[in-house]
Design a protein around this ligand. Structure first.
Ligand code: HEM
Length: 353
């Protein structure tokens, strides 16, 4: 079966490894950068079918940056259309390997879908027979990486911070996880005198498990309502004069939407400053995030230009939150749980209300 599940497991492992490595040298490691790096690596692999480390052989200049763990510089280099992105696309096409492999599990990379895309005739002539040009494909890859990295990792940080601030929500979430996947694996035998104790194994939550967790979904939605990572959508252009709430919005005007304020509107939300996932459990936990049945909040925008990655983002958030919560509550002092708990506390202390 084609599935991206191993890609997410791989990214989660990257995050855990980096957190552990940094903590060995510095007690005060910053979680945010590791969240971002894992999310970025995940999207690079989905986009080009290459692991970031493997790209070093093709682009040695990226090696220096990676070595120094300077994510911002790496992201910047990967915005270089001519020197990096287009060669990566050509490499993908040239390799003829249109599937990312892991054992028998194979998936198609984002670039492969772009290469095979035939634009409809009504979209006009793009000068390339309806096929995307390299420049067009490169722009879309950059949008894919930029659109999905900081947004998802910022949302993840705020959700974790709120969970640290509200331990009862964290416990409730943990109980839901245990109900679905069972209790965490037991520690090994008691060590003999002088032997190192066996590390406590972490519980791994799969994507299939995540689908059975309504409270987890509610926690993620509440995080997006209370702290949407994008305060405004992209600017929109009014195609036809329209009346809205007694105002005339003229054709050609540029408009935007106050995404953060919508989620905090006391006329729409009860106790809007409070972090209360339960508000999303009504209607059997069904909430229309696309705004097609009425807009109460719009962290991903709404309508035709809604974020095309919203489903993927929700899945990533649910998957990472569930796995990090398990680390936080079930792990020994050497594991990811302690590190995340210590670091995210700083962010939690900045939350008002
Ligand atoms: C929590 C995570 C995310 C949030 C809050 C978010 C939010 C948004 C918002 C508000 C917009 C503008 C919508 C508008 O103009 O009306 C947008 C656009 C976009 N997002 Fe996301 N996004 C997230 C994750 C992702 C992911 C994971 C991807 C892809 C991997 C992605 C790809 C894009 C792209 C390509 C656009 C531009 C669409 C266009 O030009 O019409 N986003 N996103």
């Amino acid at each position: 079966m084609k599935s991206y599940s191993w890609v997410r497991e791989w990214a989660l492992q990257i995050m855990i490894d980096r957190l552990q490595q940094q903590q060995e040298v510095d007690e005060k490691c910053t979680v945010a950068e590791h969240f971002q790096y894992a999310m970025f690596s995940l999207l690079v692999l989905m986009c080009f079918g290459e692991k970031v480390e493997e790209m070093l052989t093709m682009f040695p200049k990226l090696g220096k940056i990676l070595f120094k763990s300077r994510l911002k510089e790496l992201e910047k280099s990967l915005s270089d259309r001519d020197e990096v992105i287009i060669p990566l696309i050509k490499n993908r096409i040239g390799s003829g390997d249109h599937e990312i492999r892991s054992g028998t599990d194979r998936i198609v990379a984002y670039v492969d879908t772009l290469v095979n895309l035939q634009l409809p005739e009504e979209d006009g002539d793009n000068g390339n027979g309806g096929r995307l040009t390299y420049m067009e494909m490169a722009s879309m890859c950059i949008e894919f990486l930029n659109g999905g990295t900081d947004t998802t990792s910022t949302a993840l940080q705020w959700i974790k911070a709120n969970l640290v601030k509200h331990p009862h929500i964290q416990s409730k979430l943990y109980d839901e996880i245990v109900t679905v996947v069972g209790p965490p694996p037991q520690k090994g035998m008691k060590p003999e005198l002088g032997q190192e104790p066996e590390p406590e194994p972490d519980l791994v939550i799969t994507e299939a498990n995540v689908q059975k967790m309504p409270y987890l979904k509610a926690v993620v939605l509440e995080g997006l309502r209370r702290h949407p990572p994008v305060h405004f959508v992209l600017p929109h252009w009014v195609m036809k004069e329209v009346e809205a709430d007694g105002y005339t919005v003229p054709q050609g005007a540029t408009i935007n939407f106050m995404v953060s304020e919508m989620g905090l509107d006391p006329e729409v939300w009860d106790e809007p400053m409070e972090f209360k996932p339960e508000r999303f459990l009504v209607n059997d936990g069904v909430f229309d995030i696309t705004g097609s049945k009425g807009i109460k909040m719009m962290p991903f925008g709404a309508g035709r230009r809604i974020c095309p990655g919203y489903d993927l983002a929700l899945l990533h958030l649910e998957y990472f939150v569930a796995n990090l919560i398990c680390g936080t509550l079930s792990s020994s002092n050497t594991s990811v749980g302690k590190i995340v708990r210590q670091n995210i506390r700083m962010k939690a202390s900045r939350i008002s209300g």
